[in-house]
Write a protein that binds this ligand. Structure first.
Ligand code: NAP
Length: 280
């Protein structure tokens, strides 16, 4: 039964096959939104798609051609997009490059959503006003963006630093959208959902220690509690008050890495990302 707060709004949720994304998709659909869901595993995604009443959109973000195909499918399905929840992501072993040859935290957590969002700009603009929500993390504080070495070709990449850097990029990208797309009515926001006991960090023994051991109940919050800030932002919609800001759960202006305010990083990351995905 819908309570209608999202009635008439069209939403795309990435990383909807599990965790925070799956929960946010279900809640937003229950509140009346038309929700489209994407994930890399059709079998995991299908039950969520059935719950929200749309067909699953399968794309692996470690393949940029999958992202391009996904954008084509979304454009065929929807004329306008009111909310884009860029939520897919995780911590990945940096040594295992993606099929496109990128460091995986950089590609899956930043480059792929950067490409998807750019390819859906016209659909976001067609809504009149729209909202992009980027799921970032408190781990942004551990990141360091080196514009001349985004792919760690000349440095050793450690998994948690590479993850933190990609989550810092989510905030920097949020600021880039706020600076560039306001004429299209696109508002963007980044959010840390909290330490959520989802499938997050399944490839990391360190995260697993806190998230999937008896320590879990002390260290984590539920998936529903983790999804709640994303749902609240989606419901709030494209409020200019929140444009370009980073929320720590429900609180605006969470603690940020100082690079998140560095204009040379904001401009440089956008330009280099454009070049890497072939948009410039
Ligand atoms: N959990 C936390 O404590 C925490 C804290 C801060 C930020 N976050 C962020 O919250 C977001 C959601 O994480 P979660 O906690 O819900 O974790 P999760 O349960 O592992 O869900 C992650 C989602 O991203 C998808 N995904 C992973 N790699 C992908 C790829 N290559 N292509 C397409 N989709 C991919 C997963 O697909 P599969 O189902 O196929 O794996 C899943 O749907 C992530 O961006 C994460 O960085 C989480």
């Amino acid at each position: 039964m819908s309570d209608g707060t999202m009635a008439g709004r069209t939403v795309l949720v990435t990383g909807a096959s599990d965790g925070i994304g799956a929960d946010a998709a279900r809640v937003l659909a229950s509140r009346g939104a038309t929700v489209h869901v994407t994930g890399r595993s059709e079998s995991k995604l299908r039950p969520i798609a059935e719950a929200v009443g749309t067909e699953p959109l399968v794309a692996d973000f470690s393949r940029l051609d999958d992202v391009r195909r996904l954008a084509d499918q979304v454009r065929e399905r929807v004329e306008r997009l009111d909310v884009l929840l860029n939520n897919a992501g995780g911590t990945f072993a940096p040594a295992k490059r993606t099929p496109d040859g990128h460091e995986p935290n950089f590609q899956v957590n930043h480059l792929a959503p950067f490409l998807l969002t750019n390819l859906l700009r016209a659909q976001l603009a067609a809504a009149g006003t729209s909202l992009v929500v980027n799921t970032s993390s408190a781990a942004n504080l551990m990141g360091k963006i080196v514009l001349d070495d985004l792919d760690y070709a000349h440095r050793r990449a450690r998994q948690f630093t590479a993850y933190g850097t990609s989550k810092l990029m989510n905030i920097v990208f949020t600021r880039g959208i706020a600076q560039r797309w306001s004429e299209d009515g696109v508002v963007s926001v980044a959010v840390h959902p909290g330490p959520v006991g989802s499938s997050f960090g399944r490839d990391s023994w360190l995260v697993g220690l806190a998230y999937r051991s008896p320590l879990k109940r002390f260290a984590t919050i539920s998936v529903a509690d983790g999804a709640a800030p994303l749902v609240a932002l989606a419901e709030r919609g494209p409020d200019p008050e929140i444009d370009g800001r980073y929320f720590s759960r429900f609180d605006a202006d969470g603690r940020e890495n100082r690079q998140a305010h560095d204009q040379s990083v904001i401009t440089g990351l956008w330009q280099r990302s454009e070049a890497l995905v072939g948009l410039s």
